[in-house]
Design a protein around this ligand. Structure first.
Ligand code: PMP
Length: 461
């Protein structure tokens, strides 16, 4: 009967491949001639497709999400128990896992005090944008409504999140966009806009001040930034950038919104990316790693300042609150999964693991850079790294997308999934990305980098 069950599950999987090809419209997929993998099982760092092929997943579910790894039965059990006891009631009321998770989360975020639940990174960012707009309306006669965002950053898929996104490829053909979003320059020193400058970080941050002055400080309400730009090419702002950003925000009374959708929950070796830089944000948004993909959940976390601005009485009592609801936000599978996810990160000391393995990963990638002129730059922090492929080290001209695809394709053939640029992770399609689960061992890192070594060697010839 074990054999019969095995045969049946294989039949189901191969039928799913046909059903998928016929009926499912995949995300970020060209479809014409492009075959999509159908996944059937995950365990730890590994996934299996419908044909039974095994892969080492170096990107945590393609988009840096499954932080604690696949197959965590204790999360599944917690979700099941919660659903049986109390599956749903809107967040107009409280529920036990939502209350418990909020407390545990805020313990990790000194200075922050409130958690607003929704279902995806985009939605979490939309909530913050709406809060900024409402604060502008309530406190500044609608004037301080503009939101700055940075070239190369990504903040989500809705029209307003795209309006706040600095990637041409994501925005092309989806306009017109929401008014009131203003772009500031990127801060990738390797692609410096000003040639070689001392203090590039400060120089790049000063651009924010220039734009605030150009727009008028009384019109700018907030700035939304990724702590480390993810999909736009894994860009960690250079030294000097963050202190200057914080200073500018204070000087011009601009709220600071940090988008931790990728970096949140341990990816870079601290609970949140912003905690490396001593930043004091007003909004922190998070999604992917919050429940590692075991349930849909996102959070818009704010400090007292934001909460109080939206709740104090300015004479229009009936309207004095955040008039927003998200039907599924915080109910209840998401926070139940998130609670156990957070406990696993703590219990298994995954932050330390990320620091150690991340450093090892960086060293190994830097060694590859020494070996192959094709690798122009290695960037990132913790278990969140990217490397740029260039035609020439001096001109830094990016390789064609097909070269980056060939490297990723080669890794895949050898059983290692890395960030595939044909699915537009990067605006420049020459950056490949790695974001293995936070449980990665030294042996996993070796297997990932060996596959890249092999692939770059083949493609370089
Ligand atoms: N912000 C960042 C930094 C992201 O990388 C993403 C997703 N890749 C989002 C927001 C949007 O999240 P979601 O796809 O869950 O809406």
């Amino acid at each position: 009967s074990v054999i019969a069950a095995e045969i049946e599950s294989r039949e189901i999987a191969s039928k799913a491949v046909e059903q998928d090809a016929r009926h499912v419209w995949h995300h970020l997929t060209r479809h014409a001639g492009q075959e999509s993998m159908v996944v059937v099982k995950g365990e730890g760092m590994r996934v299996w497709d419908a044909q039974g092929n095994e892969y080492l997943d170096a990107v945590s579910g393609a988009v840096w999400t499954v932080n604690v790894g696949y197959g965590r039965t204790e999360i599944a059990d917690a979700v099941r128990d919660q659903l049986v006891t109390m599956n749903y009631f809107a967040q107009t009321a409280g529920n036990i896992p939502a209350a418990q998770f909020a407390e545990r989360l805020l313990e990790k975020m000194p200075g922050m005090s409130r958690v607003y639940y929704s279902n995806s990174g985009s939605e979490a960012n939309e909530k913050a944008f709406k809060m900024v707009r409402q604060i502008a309306a309530k406190k500044y006669g609608g004037k301080k409504h503009k939101i700055l965002y940075r070239e190369r950053d990504y903040h989500g898929t809705t029209i307003s999140c795209l309006s706040a996104t600095g990637q041409f490829e994501r925005k092309h053909q989806y306009g017109p966009f929401t008014p009131g979003f203003v772009e500031v320059p990127h801060c990738c020193e390797y692609r410096s806009q000003w040639g070689e400058v001392d203090d590039y970080g400060v120089r790049a941050a000063n651009e924010i001040e220039r734009i605030i002055l150009e727009e008028g400080p009384d019109t700018v309400g907030a700035i939304c930034l990724e702590p480390i730009t993810a999909g736009g090419g894994v860009i960690e702002p250079p030294e000097g950038y963050w202190p200057r950003v914080q200073e500018i925000c204070q000087q011009y009374n601009v709220l600071l919104h940090i988008d931790e959708v990728v970096c949140g929950l341990g990816r870079t070796g601290t609970w949140f990316g912003y905690q490396h830089y001593g930043i004091e944000p007003d909004f922190v948004t998070m999604a992917k790693g919050v429940a590692s993909g075991y349930a849909a959940i996102s959070c818009t976390v704010t400090n007292d300042k934001v909460f109080n601005l939206l709740h104090d009485d300015d004479g229009d009592g009936r309207m004095d609150y955040f008039r927003d609801i998200s039907t599924f936000g915080g109910c209840t599978a998401g926070p139940a999964a998130a609670l156990v996810n957070l406990e696993i990160i703590e219990r298994e000391n995954l932050l330390e693991n990320v620091q150690q393995q991340g450093e090892y990963l960086r060293q190994r990638l830097l060694a590859l850079k020494d070996k192959y002129p094709l690798i122009g730059d290695v960037r990132g922090k913790g278990l969140f790294m990217g490397f740029e492929l260039v035609k020439d080290r001096v001109s830094k001209e990016p390789v064609d997308e097909s070269v980056a695809m060939a490297v990723a394709g080669h890794c895949m053939q050898n059983g290692v999934i890395i960030g595939r640029t044909n699915r537009s992770f990067a605006d420049f399609n020459n950056t490949l990305c790695l974001s293995p689960a936070l449980i990665a061992t030294r042996a996993d890192i070796d297997a990932i980098v060996d596959a890249i070594d092999n692939a770059v060697c083949c493609v370089s010839q």
